[in-house]
Design a protein around this ligand. Structure first.
Ligand code: ADP
Length: 608
């Protein structure tokens, strides 16, 4: 039985026709007072799952979120919808906090955002006891997991909510998909009777593209210029230095790029984040310190120029693209050096063997995704225990790579390494190894007498690049390792033997020189395609929106999402009642902007 109050709020406040996926079931369960644990991908629509019940149930919905820097935007977006929302965090002065506290006690708030460290104080708990609470929403609930990179110790204290307010429903939400994290959240937040809702983690509008790293700056620039000129996007790097260098490089190339990492002062970070959210077409070059909770809907690409440490991290980071359902790109460049570097980092990491093994298998899964010759999406979702058929929207589906029998090539390479391993104390790298295989007469080869090795020149059939690819894949599959004790040289592993003895066939991925721009159409969209004729109206509406957003000091998408403007541009409504039918136009926005939109369309038609 559907609850008419939920649909009424959905239509009146948010202007949406219907719930998506599990939203309705979740909303109704929480309205009735049930606890819920919600796993939904980024862009899946988690916010409505607690916002709608908070508006239907008597009292204030208390939202616990670690993202202090984003609370203002969240509250602004709700205020635009006519929802009475506020936050309590350390950025406020005494008077501001007091005003919010009074409004809460007087029952004048629909939603109250609180940082976890604040919630755990006696003062805050006493305050909450003086008002009526509709529900507790624990956002970014994976922060309770000690294994994830977003761990926040304060989250562990949140299990007290249940003890102190046993009758208030709790809903925990996260975009992290693994079963282990789900069980951990349920246990640590004492969500013993919560119903679990696990959505499909597929993001069909994101096109996955993984390329071999050559000249990564040039490759990145090509991606930005040819496929994403003028688009907003994120470029992830592993180190702070690389962030700074890459941002500088992109700026020098005329791209509006900003750096973000934990080494920058808080003010710089806040300013860069704010520019990224508020202005169109800004590229953020960042470490993984950036991104959680960023709900900018029109991020068109996420590029990784270093290999992520795990599939889970990669999925979270790429998931920040295309929240609005329009085509978006997840691009990753990866090469031999990435594998060597990450394996070394694991070897050198602090922690016991079990910890290192955990890191090692996370990396192996990521490497498997990079080297696969079949559908990337199938592989990605498999990791989260979900099954789909080939997607048609990843590089491997659009431009299938070949696999080839690399057994003989691998044997040649492994024997060369075996010969060199006998020369203890000598340090050599991939370049030298490949020179030997290809029979090159470099000074180094001559100096060490390596031209007389039996393996000298046995690999002239493959190019240098092809050999690098073989080497990378051997490392990726742990058929080779970087021997720390042997001065960081390459060494055989136990598994190498089976290949050397011919007991194991080895299929490898063949790199093809693929243009970044694929011949396939621009990608999948969850929105209807916009006819050409609607484009100029859409542009006029965007200009109108930019003006309003600037005067209100909020990001443009807080006024209306692109998806809503597209629908308006296609429908060209000529009355308020026609405009009210557009998805995303609720009562308050109709009242605030309806006339102004109709004028904008009328002006456009007159000029045309
Ligand atoms: P999440 O928090 O899961 O990343 P959001 O709550 O930000 O996702 O929602 C993603 C986008 O989808 C937002 O633009 C939101 O307005 C939109 N959305 C969510 N639910 C619906 C719905 N039922 N109908 C239309 N749009 C929706």
């Amino acid at each position: 039985m559907s609850d008419p109050r939920a649909s009424e709020v959905l239509a009146r406040v948010f202007g949406y026709e219907s719930f998506r996926g599990d939203q309705q079931a979740i909303v109704e369960h929480v309205i009735e007072g049930g606890d819920a644990l919600v796993l939904m991908p980024t862009g899946g629509g988690k916010s409505l799952c607690y916002q709608v019940p908070a508006l239907v149930r008597p009292g204030t919905g208390v939202v616990i979120s670690p993202l202090i820097a984003l609370m203002q935007d969240q509250v602004d977006a709700l205020t635009e919808l006519g929802v009475r929302a506020a936050f309590l965090n350390s950025t406020q002065d005494w008077q501001e906090s007091r005003d919010v506290e009074q409004a809460f006690v007087a029952g004048k708030l629909d939603l109250l955002y609180v940082a976890p460290e604040r919630l755990l104080t006696d003062r805050c708990q006493q305050l909450l006891s003086r008002g009526k609470i509709a529900l507790f929403a624990i956002d970014e609930a994976h922060c309770v997991s000690q294994w994830g990179h977003d761990f926040r110790p304060e989250y562990l204290g949140l299990s007290m909510l249940h003890e102190r307010w046993p009758d208030v429903p709790r809903i925990a939400l996260t975009a992290t998909a693994t079963d282990v994290t789900r069980r951990e959240i349920a246990e640590r937040l004492a969500l013993n009777d919560a119903r679990h809702y696990v959505a499909s983690f597929d993001r069909p509008n994101i096109r996955y593209h993984i390329v071999e790293k050559q000249d990564v700056r040039k490759q990145l620039l090509q991606l930005l210029r040819q496929e994403h000129a003028g688009d907003a996007g994120i470029v992830y790097c592993l180190s702070r230095n690389k962030v700074d260098d890459t941002a500088e490089f992109l700026c020098a190339q005329g791209i509006d790029a900003l750096p973000y990492h934990a080494g920058l002062g808080a003010a710089v970070r806040a300013q860069n984040q704010s520019r990224f959210l508020r202005e169109d077409g800004v590229v953020m070059v960042a470490t993984i310190a950036f991104g959680m909770g960023i709900d900018k809907p029109d991020v068109r690409f996420v590029a990784h120029i270093d290999l992520p440490k795990s599939v889970e991290g990669y999925y979270q980071e790429t998931g920040r693209a295309g929240r609005d359902g329009l085509p978006a790109t997840a691009w990753l460049a990866y090469g031999l050096q990435d594998v060597v570097q990450q394996r070394r980092m694991i070897d050198e990491s602090l922690g016991d063997d079990a910890f290192r093994r955990r890191l090692g298998s996370a990396l192996d899964a990521m490497l498997g995704l990079c080297e696969t010759v079949s559908c990337r999406r199938v592989r990605l979702l498999q990791y989260f225990g979900q099954t789909i058929s080939s997607c048609g929207n990843c590089d491997n589906c659009l431009n299938p790579p070949e696999s080839w029998d690399g057994t003989v090539a691998a044997q040649k390479m492994l024997s060369a390494i075996y010969r060199l391993m006998k020369e203890r104390g000598q340090r050599y790298g991939a370049g030298h190894l490949i020179d030997i295989l290809r029979g090159k007469q470099t000074p180094r080869v001559l100096e060490h007498g390596h031209a007389s090795l039996s393996v000298y020149g046995i690999g002239q059939d493959l190019s240098e690049q092809a050999w690098r690819s073989v080497l990378r894949q051997l490392l990726a599959q742990s058929l080779l390792m970087v021997d720390q004790e042997g001065y960081g040289t390459l060494a055989l592993t136990n598994e190498s033997r089976a290949v050397l003895k011919g007991e194991r066939t080895l299929m490898l991925r063949r790199e093809v020189d693929r243009p970044v721009r694929s011949t396939a159409p621009r990608g999948k969209s969850l929105q209807p395609d916009m006819p050409r004729a609607a484009l100029p109206v859409f542009e006029a509406l965007r200009t109108w929106r930019a003006g309003i957003a600037r005067s209100h000091g909020v990001p443009a998408y807080v006024i209306f999402h692109d998806a809503t403007l597209r629908e308006i541009a296609m429908a060209r409504p000529d009355s308020l009642s026609a405009l009210a039918h557009v998805n995303g136009v609720g009562t308050k926005k109709l009242e605030s902007y309806g006339e102004s939109i109709l004028e904008c369309i009328a002006d456009f038609e007159e000029a045309a």
